[in-house]
Design a protein around this ligand. Structure first.
Ligand code: SAM
Length: 286
C-alpha cells in the first residue's frame, strides 16, 4: 500500500523549521505528478477524500471537503455586497473560489491571478468539479505573481479581493506582507470586501498575530472568522475579513447567500465570526 505524507513544522514556516507533524493519505492512484518552476504538483486518488491536490506535498484541496473552505472564503465577504461585479482571486489555481463567485448573477468579471499555470491545467483535467468555472466566460486567468498583478490595477476597481494562497512559503510569502495588503486595500471600491485564508490558530499563532495586526493597520474594519477544514493541519482554520468601512455583521442580508451551499447556512454565516477565547487571546482581541 502506497502512502503520501505531508510534513509540517509545528511553529511558523521559517527556513529552520523542522517537521514535527505529519498526516498520511493512502494513494489509490497517482493521477498527476510533475514539478513546475514553483512547486511539485501532485493530484492523487485517495480512498477517504477522493481526488486531492498537493503542492510541495502540502494538502491544498480535496473533492470531499473542498466546499467548506471555498464557501467560507468566498461567501462570507461576497454577501456583504448587493451587486458585486468585479472580483480578484489571488492564487486560487484549483478554481474552487472562482466557482463559488460565479454563483452571483451580478458578477461580470472574476480574475484569477495564479502564479503557476500548471496548477490550473492539472486541476482542470483531474479536478473538474472544483475547476469547472474556468470555462465560465466571466472568469479571466492571469498567470503571474498575484502581488505584482494587483499592484498594476487601477485604484478602487474591485468589489471583492480574495487571497486563496498557499502558506507563507515559497511564492506565497509575498501574499502575507504589508505592502501587498495595502495595495489590495487601494484597489478595492469604497465598500469593497477583502478576505484571506488566515492559517491555523493552534500552530500558526505568530503568523496569525502578524497578519491580523498588519491588516488592522491598513483596513478600518477587520474581523477573523473560522471554520473546520478536516484536511488542513489541526483542522481549525481562520480567515480574515476586512473592509474600508465598518461592516454590520449582526445584520447580514442572508438572501444574497447562494441557495446551493453545502456548508454555509444563515446561522453558520453568523456563527463563523464567533471565535474561541484562546484565539481572541492570541490576537489580543478582547
Ligand atoms: N486552498 C489552499 C490553501 O488554503 O492552502 C490554496 C489553494 S490554491 C491551490 C493556492 C495557490 O496559490 C497555488 O495554486 C499557488 O500556485 C498559488 N500561489 C502561491 N503564491 C502565489 C503568488 N505569489 N501569486 C499568485 N498565486 C500564488
Amino acid at each position: 500500500m502506497k502512502w503520501l505524507y505531508e510534513f509540517f513544522p509545528a511553529a511558523g514556516y521559517s527556513k529552520e523549521s523542522k517537521a514535527e507533524l505529519s498526516y498520511g493519505y493512502v494513494v489509490d492512484k497517482i493521477l498527476f505528478s510533475d514539478k513546475s518552476e514553483y512547486q511539485e504538483i501532485d493530484i492523487i486518488e485517495t480512498p477517504v477524500y477522493g481526488r486531492a491536490l498537493f503542492l510541495d506535498h502540502l494538502m491544498m484541496t480535496t473533492e470531499k471537503d473542498e466546499f467548506i473552505y471555498h464557501e467560507l472564503l468566498s461567501h462570507i465577504p461576497a454577501i456583504r455586497l448587493e451587486k458585486p461585479e468585479r472580483a480578484l482571486i489571488i492564487g486560487g489555481g484549483d478554481g474552487g473560489i472562482a466557482r463559488e463567485l460565479c454563483k452571483y448573477p451580478t458578477m461580470k468579471e472574476i480574475i484569477v491571478a495564479e502564479i503557476d499555470e500548471m496548477v490550473i491545467t492539472a486541476s482542470r483535467k483531474y479536478l473538474p468539479t472544483i475547476a469547472k468555472s474556468f470555462d465560465d466566460p466571466r472568469v479571466k486567468i492571469q498567470i503571474g505573481d498575484g502581488a505584482a498583478f494587483v499592484a498594476n490595477q487601477p485604484d478602487k476597481s474591485f468589489d471583492i479581493i480574495l487571497v486563496d494562497s498557499t502558506e507563507p512559503i515559497g511564492p506565497g510569502i509575498t501574499l502575507y506582507q504589508e505592502k501587498f495588503y495595502r495595495t489590495c486595500c487601494d484597489k478595492l471600491k469604497d465598500n469593497g470586501q477583502f478576505a484571506a485564508q488566515g492559517l491555523a490558530p493552534l500552530i500558526h499563532t505568530e503568523s496569525q498575530q502578524l497578519m491580523y495586526q498588519t491588516l488592522k493597520k491598513i483596513f478600518n474594519w477587520v474581523r477573523p472568522y473560522m471554520g473546520v477544514i478536516p484536511t488542513y493541519p489541526t483542522s481549525l482554520w481562520l480567515f480574515f475579513h476586512a473592509s474600508k468601512n465598518v461592516q454590520d455583521i449582526d445584520n447580514i442580508s442572508i438572501s444574497r447567500l447562494p441557495k446551493d451551499t453545502r456548508y454555509l447556512t444563515p446561522d453558520m454565516v453568523s456563527a463563523s465570526y464567533c471565535i474561541p477565547k484562546f484565539v481572541e487571546n492570541n490576537l489580543n482581541i478582547k
